[in-house]
Design a protein around this ligand. Structure first.
Ligand code: COA
Length: 321
């Protein structure tokens, strides 16, 4: 059967790493509060020459190398971001140009922190129909540019970065590798719980992130446990079959609570939120690349990717590596 197989992963982080203690010099917060409430210790902040596009291109190059592919092999780029370099054109087309690809399909997907899950399902669908054979699926963000650095309830939580995977069409056996199932959801009634207070068509400005954290937390645990369960059922698997969960890295307490709800051991959850903070659409591919490169995730293993973000939007994908 024709499946979309993850044949390489890559990631990129800005040069500058910022600790909680460094943040506490300019924001009314403390290392103790941030670690206890979120698990975050560090985040990376993009410099003036680092953009969503440059980080995405670096992550994409690393993924292509890992997959043993040349840029010319790519016929599709789907880039998930809420912080594009420009309102238009799509950052995916900037990445295309930076990689030196003359012609391919390239567009952005906007589903905030769930963007990578949305992008994976779009690319998987295009591969299954035969419209694409080799896709770069990227999550990349520079959330530092849309943070209100005077709002301690949000600015300590986010960071910048990018992650990418190469998705390749392959004919595989039933028990072979590839994306086995994915499920997506959105519920637009919750806009006011997590949003940016600006945009091209409303204020004509970029705006800043606003969030009612406690309410987002509650929805996140319920929605994530439910969509993971739904995706596993669609893949014909049960929680006991899962080797690794690679979750959206928003808050260590959300990761723990979600795993507990599904009866999954905490040791099966890949955690990078301590090092990267919440990098929105970049967080799942960044965490995936981390666990692929350090050898935790091995060929043949079952991995569940999951995320929830503004909208609300949420989703999960079950993959055999
Ligand atoms: N440093 C110190 N104190 C802070 C602070 C900070 N950075 N941010 C908030 N506080 C204070 C609050 O002002 C509040 O003080 P008060 O009790 O005097 O009013 C107190 O800490 C508790 O705030 P609260 O918002 O109730 O804390 P919490 O335990 O809910 O933790 C979050 C806050 C944001 C960490 C948590 O709600 C969360 O992670 N939510 C989910 C967010 C998320 O995942 N978003 C992304 C989804 S994609």
């Amino acid at each position: 059967m024709r499946r979309a197989v993850i044949s390489g992963t890559g990631s990129a982080l800005p040069m500058r790493r910022v600790s909680n203690a460094e943040l506490a010099e300019t924001v009314d917060t403390s290392d103790e509060w941030i670690v206890e409430r979120t698990g975050i210790r560090f985040r990376y902040i993009a410099g003036p020459d680092e953009t969503t596009g440059t980080l995405a291109a670096d992550a994409a190059r690393a993924a292509l190398t890992a997959a043993g592919k040349a840029a010319d092999d790519v016929d599709l780029i789907v880039l998930a971001t809420a912080t594009p370099d420009q309102t238009f054109p799509a950052t995916a087309t900037k990445v295309q140009a930076m990689l030196g690809i003359d012609d391919c399909v390239a567009f952005d997907v906007g589903a905030v922190c769930s963007g990578f899950l949305y992008a994976i399902q779009v690319a998987d669908s295009l591969i299954k129909t035969g419209a694409a054979n080799c896709a770069l699926v990227i999550g990349a963000e520079t959330f530092s540019r849309i943070l209100d650095w005077e709002d301690r309830t949000t600015c300590v939580l986010f960071g910048d970065g990018a992650g990418a995977v190469v998705l390749e069409a392959r004919d595989v056996a039933e028990d072979g590798p590839g994306i086995l199932a994915s499920r997506l959801h959105a519920d637009g009634r919750h806009n006011e719980l997590l949003y940016v207070d600006g945009g091209p068509s409303t204020t004509g400005t970029v705006g800043k992130v606003r969030m009612k954290g406690r309410e987002v937390f509650r929805h996140a645990v319920t929605n994530l446990a439910s969509v993971m369960d739904e995706s596993l059922v669609a893949a014909g698997l049960v929680p006991g079959d899962v080797d690794w969960v690679v979750p959206h890295q928003a808050n260590a307490r959300i990761l723990d609570a979600t795993a507990r709800k599904l009866g999954l051991a905490a040791e099966k959850v890949v955690v990078t939120v301590d090092q990267h903070a919440n990098t929105s659409a970049a967080s799942v591919p960044l965490a995936l690349d981390t666990a692929m490169r350090d050898g935790r995730i091995k060929p043949g293993q079952i991995v569940v990717l999951e995320a929830m973000g503004g909208g609300f939007t949420w989703g999960a994908a079950v993959v055999r590596i």
